[in-house]
Structure formats: C-alpha cells, structure tokens
Design a protein around this ligand. Structure first.
Ligand code: SF4
Length: 486
C-alpha cells in the first residue's frame, strides 16, 4: 500500500483557494473571539439594545464567542451580558433579559470559515476532479462544527484536545465520523496521512463523555474489506450506543486518477459477492440490537442489480444523505402520488426522465404508475457521465453538458425531468458550471428538476401535462448532495 507521490498531490491541491479555509493545524476552540453581526431584525431585542450590523460579539456571559455555535450556545441563556466591539473599535457591554427563555436576540451572525482537511484520502473526490471546474469544488474542508450542524462527515484527525473538550462541554452531538478501518495502518493508508489520533481513542472519548456519533466506512476492495471489515464492524458495534449507526458505502472513482494510488473498483461481481457475505452479519447485528445498526448504501444493491431493502419498520433512518434507504425514501409518498394520478390527460404528453445509468430500475414503479394514465408516456433515459467517467453512476454527479447531450439526442419529448440533486440549489447550477437556464436556452426544451420523491415526480409531470398546482419541496434529503467521500 503506497501513498500517491507528493508532486501529484501538490498539483491537485494547488487548484483550491487557500483563503477559503482555516489551516488544518488550527485549534478551532482556541481561536480569538469575535463574530460579526450580519443583520439586526427590526423591532428585535438586539435592535432596541443598539446592536448594529458590523458589530463584533466578543463575549457572552464571560464566555468567548468564536463562531455561530458559541453564539447559539451562550445566547440561549436567559440573562445575557454581551461584550461588543463596534466597527469603529469601541467596546461596550450590553445587559439583556429575555421575557421567555425561547426569545431570540434578533440578530444573524456571519458564518464561520470552515477548517481545511489535513488528509489526502486515497479515494478523495476532490483529488479526482478534472481541472477547470468551479474553484469552490476544490476545497477540502473538515470541520466538526459543520458535522454537528449539517451532518457532514469528518475524519476527526484535525481535532485538537481543546476541540474535543469543547465538543464535550457544548454537547456537540451527534457528530458524523469516517471510521473506514479500525486497524490504524489501514486507516492511515486510506486517509493518506502518517500520524493520526487512533480512532479507538475517539470512540473511548465519546463514550466517556456520553456523546454519540454516526459512522461511515468507505469500503475499498482489497484494503478494508474481508477480515478487516469484520474487525472494524465488531469494534464499532461494541461501542453502541456511542456509535449510533454505521453506513458502509462503496468507494467511488472517477476517470481522473492519474498519479493517484491504484484502487480496485466496485463492479457488479464484487458487489454481489460482498452482499452475499455481509448480509448474514448485518442480520445478526440487527437481531442483537433490535435495529439495523450497520447499514448498506443503496448503491451496493443497484450495482449488484438487486432491489435495495425497504426500511418500513425504521421510520427515522439516520444515514439518508449517505445513500442508505434513498430508494425506500423516494417511494415513501407513493400512496399520495397514486391518488393524484388521473385516468386520462386532456392531451397526449411525452416525458423523458433523465437519470444516472444505475437508476432506471429505481424509477420503474413510478413510471408504471404514469403509464396507467391515458395519454401520458414516460421514458427513462440513462445518462452516461462522461465528465467524471462511466463508473460514476450516481444522480448527484450528473453534469449539465451530459444532460444537454441526452436532451439533444432524444428531441421528441414535451418535457424532460432531471434529478434535482445534481443542481446547486440556490443558483440552479450543475457541477460543470452550466445552469439550468443555460440548458433550457441551449435546447429550447421544457426541462424540470424533480426535487423530492415519487409524489414530486408525479406532480412535476402533472403540473405541465394537466395544469396541476405544484409547490416543489423546500427541503428534502435528496437535495443535500453528498459527493465527497469524507
Ligand atoms: S475525502 Fe474528505 S477527509 Fe479525505 S482528503 Fe478528501 S476532503 Fe479530506
């Protein structure tokens, strides 16, 4: 097991703008206090107390305010003594007493700069990106505050003792931690680093402080599978309830791996063998704990050509963003979709559902439902990912250029659906920087993203085919792309 040459990594890492992150060596918990007020709500307690945008919050009740987490943590007290610094550098102290504990101060504070990741994982997606993509895509961040707030995965390798103390004191739990392998040599190889706090130490620290973590194992054939996986699972399971869940996801590899370590890809034969061998162990774990503590990403089943499991007995699946139970979740609102489907359309309507190469079987049930409606035709069109390579077959990594090609090669449809998770939500931009509007302009076609599950799929079609009123979901697990194997 050898790590990639330094020159390759240097070249790849140079594509990121270092000013976008804090160095991995920084102890976040020891950063100087000072969080800027971005907005003061009119009529709020803060406005009445004279807070202004640009003011810096330094201390709340004597505790340093280093970031949003501190602001919410200390700002939750009923009586607040806040030390501020104005833009002109004047210091003042404000005393506030909330009428009810749930009252908000009425300010928004600036988001903190995230910390840079200190690893060079052999499967890091950022290293496997082509050149000339958006600068922000090359940023490798790893920040326990984001793990707590948004559920993003961290390795824990840049956590200093002071950060761990803070996590325990502020109860920043659960966190999402990449375990990968319990053998430290295997783990360090996968993380591409020479020194790291042993994962066992993190597990023990979390258990001692009654903190919880969700974990993931990025399974890399011939590296952390087989006996190594058995050992890793055994250890993680023995730390339940500290370890709340374990997701096993297949390693993802793009075609841009020149100079990076050679890894074996997960193909259909491997996925089938892996599923055959792992399922009995997972059933044992489920029987032991009364819940499926260790879970497989749906991708395993799709690669193997099998149906992903239904999780109907477990309504609160914890690792949806990691692709566990996505297919089950897509059909959670299917009964409502069925009720909505009319017997007949006022006019014939032909729809092309563009999706990744693995996903046609996933859409079969909803497409069959559509075909019960007279006049409605839905064809599923798998789109090959030429930007990242054919082995990338998840919807979240489909790019505008490949989708555009698919539309032009299949010009005879009234409407084109595409998976909403391949678009950045706030500006409807694909990973290759094309926007949804660019695509519509280039093709002159009606192209609509599906932002939720099967109900949203049906509503998106009927909105245009039959004038149904449709409000796309604001928030949905499918809309949180999880494309870096952190
Ligand atoms: S996969 Fe995540 S943890 Fe590993 S190097 Fe990339 S950003 Fe860092």
């Amino acid at each position: 097991m050898t790590n990639p040459p330094r020159s390759t990594l240097r070249k790849r890492l140079a594509r990121a703008d270092p000013s976008l992150t804090l160095p991995a060596s920084v102890a976040v918990a020891e950063m100087p206090p000072g969080v800027r007020v971005a907005h003061v709500y009119p009529g709020s307690m803060a406005e009445r107390a004279g807070f202004r945008p640009g003011d810096k919050l330094l201390l709340i009740n004597g505790e340093p305010v280093r970031d949003t987490v501190d602001f919410f943590f200390h700002g939750a007290d009923e009586e607040l003594e806040i030390e501020l610094e104005s833009e002109a550098g004047e210091h003042r102290v404000v005393f506030l007493r909330k009428e009810v504990p749930e009252d908000h101060l009425g300010v928004e504070v600036e988001q903190f700069t995230t910390q840079h990741c200190g690893c060079n994982c052999v499967f890091c997606f950022v290293h496997q990106l082509p050149d000339h993509m958006r600068k922000s895509l090359y940023v490798k961040d790893e920040d326990y505050r984001l793990s707590f707030m948004q559920g993003s995965y961290i390795t824990g390798t840049n956590l200093k003792d002071s950060d761990l103390e803070r996590i325990a004191r502020q109860r920043l739990t659960p966190l999402y931690l990449s375990a990968h392998a319990i053998d430290e040599d295997v783990r360090k190889y996968l993380l591409g680093i020479k020194k790291a706090r042993p994962f066992l130490d993190l597990l023990r620290f979390f258990r001692r402080h009654r903190l919880q973590m969700h974990t993931q194992i990025v399974l890399t054939p011939d590296v952390n599978d087989g006996k190594e996986l058995e050992r890793t699972l055994e250890t993680l399971v023995s730390f339940h309830p500290t370890v709340q869940s374990i997701a096993i996801v297949p390693v993802g590899m793009t075609k841009w791996r020149e100079g990076l370590p050679e890894l074996r890809a997960v193909d259909r034969a491997y996925a089938r063998k892996f599923l055959r061998e792992i399922k009995p162990r997972l059933r044992e774990i489920e029987a032991q704990f009364g819940e499926p503590l260790a879970l497989l990403a749906d991708e395993w089943f799709l690669i193997a050509g099998q149906r992903p499991p239904s999780y109907s007995r477990y309504p609160d699946l914890p690792q949806l963003e990691n692709g566990v139970g996505m297919v089950y979740h897509f059909y959670k609102d299917f009964a409502e979709a069925r009720k909505l489907m009319p017997e007949k359309l006022p006019r014939p309507w032909r729809v092309a559902a563009l999706t990744s190469t693995l996903s046609p079987p996933v859409l079969k049930k909803v497409v069959d439902l559509c075909h019960r409606c007279e006049g409605l035709t839905v064809d599923v069109i798998p789109v090959t990912n030429t930007l990242f390579g054919e082995s990338i077959h998840v919807t979240g990594l489909l790019c505008g250029s490949d989708l555009g090609k698919a539309v032009r090669h299949n010009p005879s449809y009234d409407q084109y659906l595409l998976p909403g998770n391949c678009l950045r939500r706030y500006d409807e931009r694909f990973l290759d920087d094309l926007t949804l509007d660019d695509l519509r302009g280039q093709t002159g076609k009606l192209i609509t993203p599906v932002l939720g599950g099967s109900l949203d799929f049906v509503e998106t079609v009927l909105e245009h085919a039959a004038g149904l009123e449709h409000r796309p979901p604001e928030e949905h697990p499918f809309l949180r792309p999880h494309w870096a194997n952190t």
